[in-house]
Design a protein. Structure first.
Length: 367
């Protein structure tokens, strides 16, 4: 197996792409997690590169564990987000060398994947939210939708008074009974308030209640899960494997939602998938923007036996995520009949725009 001889990063504050080169000159592209990506790339070069440059990559799990062990004083999110850039670039390189898409290397196959339309907005009235989701339903064929409840880490407060109690019945009334409805509270509620909201959701036929309580309070989430019939979901923020083990073994959630780039890449996400299999927990990863995280998630979902019902697909454009415009040479995310399609091109099958790369902040690490 090859050794990595060069690690390059191209980033701005919002997104960072990683290019690895091996001793034979083969290259692979990956991505660190979005948000503060310039800081994450510094972590990559300072805390990941020293332990991975020149090392064999045949056992990627072991190599990633080596980074974790050597950087044991820094067990938090930035290190995992940086490791994800290395990991995903390795998978792209493997695919290109083998002449196969990553999904094939993971044991799956290319093809279509059902998606749900995921809204990120809270500063929108229920009426306006329903209108834009109906437009997307009619234009792209989506049959599942996620909206927002409460305020983000809101200490039981709503974005404005009464918004949550209004948006729940409005979505069902305007979108009809034939669609799946999901909602995300982003760690807003106490146990009692979450259960109260959960019962309103159940009365309106919602099927997914995401992160009802502060995500780090697993016992609180477990209490909500035990009290409700609706699926309680979570895990997007969790980047520590032992925390995932405890979450799943205690039954804190009904559906696991790891984020590939928050967690540290494909290999570490596959560890969570294996833990979830042991507890018969479906996996519906978090991927809330149209950087490469959604593409990575598409390949993963088509390869795992305990995949959830659909792919999260952000519906936000330039008004919400201006930084995600003009990243790639072609549209990676065409939606038809509510589904996206994974191509059969080797690796991730993606090309980053050269003009974007030229404008980015560049850094290189070599042995």
């Amino acid at each position: 197996m090859f050794r990595i001889t060069k690690i390059e990063s191209f980033c701005n504050e919002f997104v960072g792409f990683i290019r690895l080169t091996n001793e034979d000159g083969a290259q692979g592209w990956g991505q660190v997690s979005t948000y503060n990506s310039d800081i994450t790339c510094q972590v990559l070069h300072r805390q990941v590169a020293p332990w991975t440059l020149g090392k064999k990559t045949n056992d990627l799990d072991d190599l990633l564990d080596l980074v974790t062990e050597r950087e044991h004083k820094f067990p938090g999110s930035y290190l995992r987000r940086a490791m994800a850039g290395f990991d995903t670039a390795i998978w792209d390189m493997k695919g290109k060398i083998a002449g196969k898409p990553v999904v094939d290397l993971l044991g799956g196959e290319t093809g279509e994947l059902r998606a749900y339309a995921s809204s990120m907005k809270r500063d929108i009235t229920p009426k306006d939210e329903a209108y834009r989701l109906c437009v997307l339903r009619d234009k792209f064929g989506f049959d599942a939708f996620k909206v927002r409840a409460g305020a983000e880490v809101g200490r039981n407060n709503d974005e404005w008074s009464g918004r949550t109690e209004e948006i729940i019945p409005t979505m069902r009334k305007e979108l009809g009974d034939q669609v799946d409805l999901l909602i995300d509270a982003n760690s807003c509620y106490s146990v009692d308030r979450a259960i109260e909201i959960g019962k309103i959701l159940q009365d309106n036929g919602f099927c997914h209640f995401e992160e009802p309580c502060p995500y780090w309070e697993l016992e609180q989430t477990k209490a909500v899960t035990d009290a409700l019939e609706i699926d309680v979901t979570g895990g997007e923020q969790d980047c520590d494997i032992p925390t995932w083990r405890r979450m799943l073994e205690m039954g804190a959630v009904n559906i696991a939602q790891p984020d590939i780039l928050y967690l540290g890449g494909i290999n570490r996400t596959m560890r969570v998938v294996e833990l979830a299999k042991k507890t018969s927990t479906p996996v519906t990863p978090h991927c809330a923007n149209l950087s490469l995280v959604t593409l990575f998630t598409m390949h993963l979902l088509k390869a795992i036996p305990n995949a959830g019902k659909y792919l999260e697909f952000s519906i936000e454009g330039a008004d919400y995520y201006p930084w995600q415009e003009d990243l790639f040479c072609e549209d990676l995310y065409k939606v038809e009949d509510g589904k996206v399609t994974i191509s059969d091109r080797p690796g991730w099958g993606v090309e980053i725009r050269s003009d974007w790369l030229q404008k980015s902040k560049y850094q290189c690490s070599e042995p």
